[in-house]
Structures are given as C-alpha cells and as structure tokens.
Design a protein around this ligand. Structure first.
Ligand code: GLN
Ligand code: ZN
Length: 765
C-alpha cells in the first residue's frame, strides 16, 4: 500500500506559543518547567493533528527550542569549550550557543559572558541555523538522547513516529572549524562521528522505532568528489549495521542529479526526493531506486503556501507506482513544513476567494493524505473535485491576471533597462548638481524606530487617529530626523522611514497583486519569526507609494534627500512568490511598478534615489552554472528596469547587506553609488575585490546590530586601512545598514564620530 509521510512540522505553535514562552524564560519570567511544558504541548498537538489527518509516517525530533542543527551539535557534544566552562544546564548551554549569554555573578553562579556561534542561512530559505563548530579538541560522545525521548513521548500517546535527524555528511559540511583549529577539515571527522549515529539509531531501535529519516540536503549543492564519497561511506557503514531502524535518506530544495551516482545501491531502506523543486530528476531517480528501497515522492511543497494540484501530483505518484509497485512508494511533503505558516484557519481576514487558493502546514498534511488515498484507489472524489475547481478558479481569476501588466512586461527591451549614458558621463553631470566633497557622508535609510512611532502607527491602523493626524505625526518625525542630520553634518540625507513597518510589507500593501496574513508566521531563527506577504497576481502600482514623505523631507532642507525604495528582487525574495509564473516575470513586474515610483520621485524633484537590494545575494541559486548566471542576469535587469527611467543627473544608489557580496554580482546593476555591509570584513583580499568595481561605493564603517559607539580614531584607522587598497575618489562614508534598531543616543554619537573622521580625510586630500 502507498503510504503518506510528513518530513517535519512547524514547531512554533498555532499562536506563536513557543516564542512567547521562550522569551519569557530568557527574561527570567518563566521557569524551565513552564518552558518544557509548552514545548511538550506543541509536540503532542502536532502529532495528534497528523495522526488524526491519517498520516502514516509522522516525524518526531522535528521539534526544537531553538534550531534542529544546534540540537544535533549538542547531542554529539560538538560544544566549544567557551560554552562548557560555566557548567550551565544543557538547555542553557544550548541557548548560549544560539544567542550568546551575558549574566552577572550571583551567590550561586558565576558570571557568564559568551558570544553566540555563527548563524547562517539554511540553503536558500529564510530560516537560519546555528553553525556546528568543530575543533581539534571536540570530543564526540552522546550528550543526552533528545531523539529517543521525543520518540518515546509520542509512543506513550500510542503514536508511532519516524525520528528525523540531519545526516552526518550534511552536519559536517554545514559546519566549520573553530578559530584556533582553522586547519581542521570538518569532513575529516566523519569516521569519529559515524559511531555516534549508530549509537543513537540503535537506541531508537531499542525504544521501538522501526524507521528513521536522515536528512542530507547538501546533496542539492555542488559537491566535490570527497563529499560524494563521504555520502557513500556514511550510508554503507550505517546500512550494514544490524539492529538499526530502516533508514530513509532525505534530500530537498533542488535536484540531486549531479550527485545521484553517490546514492546508487546504498544498503538503506528508502530515498526521498523533492520533486517540487527538482522535477527534472524524476526519471533518473526511478532508475536508481533498487528493489529493496522505497521511494518517497516529495510532492506537497514545503516552501510555499499554494494549494497542491491533486490531479498533477497523483499522476506523478502513479508513474512511480507503475514502476516500483505500491508497497515501495511514499507520498510526502517536499521538505519539512517548517517553512510554511501553521494553519490557514487562523486567517479570518483573508478574502475567501483568495483563501481557497492557499494551503498552510495543517492543510498540507491533509493534502499528502488525500493524494495517497487517491493513488490507492480510495474514494476522494469530493476532495478532487473541489481541488480541481479551486485550481481552475485561480488560473482564470481576474486577481491573478492583469493583461496590461503582462503586455508591459513583454515590452521590456534593452533600451528600457539601460541608463541614458554610461557611468562616467552621468557622474560628470551629477558632480555639477551636487558638488559634494570627497568622502561624502550618508546613512542607509532608517533612523531609530521609537516606541512613539510604533504607538502612532498602531493607532492609525486601528483608526483611533485620522489620516491627517498621522501624516502630521510622520512629518514631525521626518523634520526632526532632517534637523538631526544637518546638525551632525551629513551630506546626503534621508527622511528616516518612520512610516514603514517593514521594508517589503510597506510597499507590498500599496502594490496591487499582493495579499497579507495576520497569523502567517514562519520561523526565521530562534524566537524570531517573519510573516511574509504573498504575491497572488500580476503586480502593479496604482498610485505613488513614497513620494509624499520624500517630497516633504526635501522641502525642508537645502541638502539632497534620498528617495528610498525596496528593490524588485528583495520584494520578491521576502514574499511567498507565485508558483504559476516564473520568478523572473514577478521580479520584472515589481521592477515596472518601482520604475513608475522612481520616475515619480524624480518628477517631484528628488535628485538621489536609493533602491535597496539586500536580498539579492540570498536569491543566488544553490548550484553554479546556467541557472545561477541566468538569475544574476535577470536580477540585474530587474534593478535596471526600475532605475533606468531617470536623467543622467539623477543619482541612483543601491544597498546590500546580510552576506558576503561578490562585487561581480552587482556590476550589472549599474547603480551610481552602492553601500554595502562591511564593518566586520577587514580581510584585505575582500577589500581589494572592490577596487575594480567601476562605480562609487560606501563600505559600511560600523555595525548597526551593536550598541557600541566607535570612536573617531577607530573610524580613521578603519578608513586608512581601506584606503590601502581602495581609491579615495570613489569612497563614500556610511554605516553598514539602516539604524532602525538603535536608539538615538548611540546613533548621534556614532554618526558624529563618523563625520569627524570623514572631515579628517578631506583635509588630507
Ligand atoms: N533602507 C533600509 C533601512 O535603512 C535598508 C534595510 C536593509 O538593508 N535591510 O532600514
Ligand atoms: Zn542593509
């Protein structure tokens, strides 16, 4: 019989229960028992939900109080000494590794001061994991038995589960060597690590587990031969042990084709593939599944919120059944459902027409079951019919299709995506307009978002203050930000973004084709969750979105004020995109909407316009090659479509952060000035890479995540260091990113010192 499987379920709770209890535990307001109780309640509810839905293979150990990769570091005792030396309870050690810990000494405990481990993006998702950090003194051993405990917890409820663990090769490859052990190659630890997997798996077997899921998502990356060999070696080792549960090796987020050879004839019981993100691997995969293995067909999308197309999915599963027989096929989510919001039923405000197109984690669980029943020949006629109707309605809906937008995208050509003149000529014209000093100073856009701002915004949203009152409030905020910047002596000003809740949502709310949830939270890292807006249809801008605030700001100062927009790729990446139209098309639609805004800003007298693209790097396809170069091409094109409608003398800025940026990736954007996060990147090779960058750059000079205020001397030495390999005449002076999370006092002090340092260099040049 065909079986149904879920690879993982969101663990935040339907009403963000985990966030609330964890944060109050951190503040000392909730006890450890209260925290553990909420955790258990969430796990139990998740298992029951899946059991009631009729899922055959239900995951356990997909729960985590912070991050599942961090849990594994802890389980295998991959805990750097700086965290163990305080003798904290295991749970607190884990939180210290995830988020750092600073605590004064008390009568019973010593003072603690330790920074967090590195946090990195989980593949191309917006989830971040805590990086396993290995050293020569890492002593592998089992630390507790979380997977067994959670397995038993479910078993007590009468629910048989399949424990999930990140597999050994991914665990090592996603990790890094600690400072002090930089010559250590994590993969070289495989032999020491494998016996621990064997040990935990045999404990699971002893507890009653018949099957485990080992995730090896690194199989969708470009793997070197050594890594492919490691996969073979690891699963030959584990597969040959007796007394272990059946192993299903799971891959997701892309195709495994280039690495598929390493999966051939492994002595394990099952393989899982993501056919949503990697449909092209289907035929080849069918060829390599051997007679002792089941194939888990990942077909319900774990990364997006669209309703599954039952007819299409069933067809694919049926092909697998035809070849392998029904006992060897499993219908599954493409990946863990961690990346989707918990429950569509929590969305009372969604328009019913649109709501019918969506499926959140709770609904996806049911989808897996229905597809399974369908291919097993059970009667699900009613569900199939409703599904077909919903799919057809969406495809034909006016909200999805806007012919005018489609025509406009089709008309995009070289001319529309190219500035009138090359950079050198633009620069000459801009110099005449602005007459800026060398080492011009600026900021990235936002200024401290005070409590007062949030209160007034909420009042406005709730309707307790009128639009006029709110505008008056915003204008007074803008005015004080402008006066502040004049006092501090900055050269190119910003309006401070007080009217924006979030840099994507603010524009999304004004762009037709977007919709929003009230409860659609998805874990980003630890207790931080995001609520991505959803792109439902063709995108257009009915009215100006930011002109009013920029014009007001410019009207009260003689210094240039930058218009401030979020770029097309960032709007796309930080939303749930459509699945019926390719990403390039959606980016170009956003680009056209932004182009109208850029042109309106220019027409209203704004002479400098910044279009932020902080997400451009994370959108980079996971593998090198055609798809990646195509992405870089269309991402740059989208930016140029947005920004090429202006005259030569209008100065276009852009901004990037959150990642190591390769200057080659942004050349094609042809922005006049870019600012990038740079304060922690003192590597001379990295600085030198920017030397060849043709246009002007502001290399970020201070970390906006920290309240620390750098002194004037510190700024001077930073700038001096950069000047060793970067020319003075292209040098802008600015912070790493926006200042919205800082408070005013630090902001004033840091910017004052930064401006003083710029003046110091002006006198010298
Ligand atoms: N202009 C935005 C700000 O200053 C940029 C934010 C970002 O890059 N993440 O807040
Ligand atoms: Zn930024």
């Amino acid at each position: 019989m065909v079986q149904s499987a879920v690879l993982g379920f969101p663990r935040i709770g339907p009403n963000r229960e985990l966030k609330k209890i964890t944060e109050s535990y951190w503040k000392g307001k909730a006890s450890v028992d209260e925290l553990l109780k909420v955790g258990k309640d969430i796990r139990v509810a998740n298992w029951k939900l899946q059991k009631d839905a009729g899922v055959d293979i239900i995951p356990s150990n997909d729960f985590s109080y912070y991050d599942q990769v961090l849990d594994l570091s802890l389980l295998f005792n991959v805990v750097p000494e700086r965290y163990t030396k305080y003798d904290l309870p295991l749970l607190d050690t884990m939180f210290a590794m995830g988020r750092g810990l600073q605590r004064k000494a008390t009568e019973t405990s010593k003072a603690v001061d330790v920074t967090a481990l590195e946090m990195v993006k989980w593949f191309d998702s917006n989830y971040h994991y805590v990086r396993p950090t290995f050293s020569h003194s890492t002593e592998f051993k089992l630390n507790g038995q979380k997977p067994v405990d959670e397995y038993l917890e479910a078993k007590e409820l009468g629910i048989q589960t399949r424990p999930v663990l990140l597999g050994p090769v991914s665990f090592l490859l996603l990790g890094k060597a600690d400072k002090g052990s930089l010559d250590l190659e994590p993969l070289s630890l495989l032999e020491q690590l494998l016996p621990l997997y064997k040990e935990i798996l045999s404990k699971l077997q002893a507890a009653g587990a018949t099957e485990v899921q080992l995730d090896e998502p690194v199989l969708v990356l470009d793997l070197e031969k050594s890594a492919q060999d490691a996969i073979r070696k690891a699963y030959e080792y584990l597969g040959k042990q007796s007394g272990l549960p059946k192993i299903t090796l799971a891959t997701y987020f892309g195709t495994t084709l280039p690495n598929l050879d390493s999966l051939k004839n492994l002595p394990i019981g099952g393989l899982h593939f993501d056919f949503v993100r990697g449909p092209e691997q289907f035929d080849k995969v069918l060829d390599i599944v051997n007679k002792d293995q089941t194939l888990s067909v990942g077909i319900v999308d774990g990364r997006n919120i669209w309703k599954n197309n039952f007819a299409k999915s069933s067809e694919l599963v049926n092909k697998a059944v035809a070849k392998l027989g029904s006992d060897r096929v499993v219908v599954a989510t493409s990946s863990s459902l961690l990346h989707t919001p918990v429950d569509l039923e929590n969305e009372p405000k969604l328009d019913p027409e649109i709501k019918d197109w969506f499926s959140f984690a709770t609904q996806k669980v049911k989808e897996v079951v229905i597809i399974t029943k369908n291919v097993a020949g059970e009667d699900v006629e009613a569900e199939l019919e409703a599904n077909a109707k919903s799919v057809a309605t969406r495809a034909a809906s006016k909200r999805t299709n806007d012919e005018a937008v489609q025509k406009r995208v089709a008309s995009i050509n070289e001319k529309l995506s190219t500035r009138l003149a090359p950079f050198a000529q633009r620069l000459a014209e801009q110099k005449k307009v602005f007459n800026l000093p060398i080492f011009p100073t600026t900021t990235i856009g936002s200024f401290p978002q005070t409590k007062d701002i949030r209160i007034n915004r909420n009042k406005f949203v709730k309707g307790t203050i009128s639009a006029e009152e709110y505008e008056k409030f915003i204008n007074s905020e803008i005015e004080s930000v402008i006066r502040f910047q004049e006092e501090v002596g900055l050269d190119v000003l910003v309006h401070g973004e007080p009217e924006r809740n979030d840099m994507v949502q603010y524009f999304g709310e004004q762009i037709q084709g977007y919709t929003f949830t009230v409860n659609g939270w998805v874990q980003s890292y630890g207790s931080r969750y995001v609520r991505p807006p959803i792109i439902v249809g063709d995108l257009s801008r009915p009215e100006a979105m930011s002109v009013k605030e920029s014009v007001y700001a410019q009207s009260i100062t003689t210094k240039p004020v930058k218009g401030m927009l979020t770029g097309p790729v960032t709007c796309l990446r930080w939303s749930f995109p459509r699945d019926d139209v390719d990403q390039q098309t959606q980016a170009l639609q956003l680009a056209l909407a932004l182009r109208d805004e850029v042109n309106d800003l220019e027409a209203a007298g704004i002479k400098v316009i910044q279009v932020d693209e902080p997400a451009i790097r994370e959108g980079l396809p996971l593998r090198a090659g055609e798809e990646r170069s195509a992405y870089l091409k269309w991402a740059a094109q989208a930016f140029r479509v947005a920004t090429s409608g202006v005259q030569n003398k209008t100065q276009i800025h852009s901004h990037f952060c959150y990642s190591d940026l390769d200057p080659n990736h942004i050349k094609a954007l042809d922005a006049d000035v870019v600012s990038i996060e740079f304060s922690k990147k003192d590597d001379p090779h990295y600085i030198a890479e920017f030397k060849e960058y043709p246009n002007h750059i502001g290399l970020g000079l201070f970390d906006i995540h920290s309240p620390r205020v750098p002194s004037k001397e510190e700024f001077i030495s930073k700038i001096e260091n950069i000047l060793k390999s970067y020319p003075a005449d292209k040098f802008w002076v600015n912070p790493d990113c926006g200042l919205k999370t800082r408070d005013w006092e630090e902001t004033r002090a840091s910017l004052t010192n930064m401006v003083a340092a710029a003046k110091h260099f002006r006198e010298q040049h």
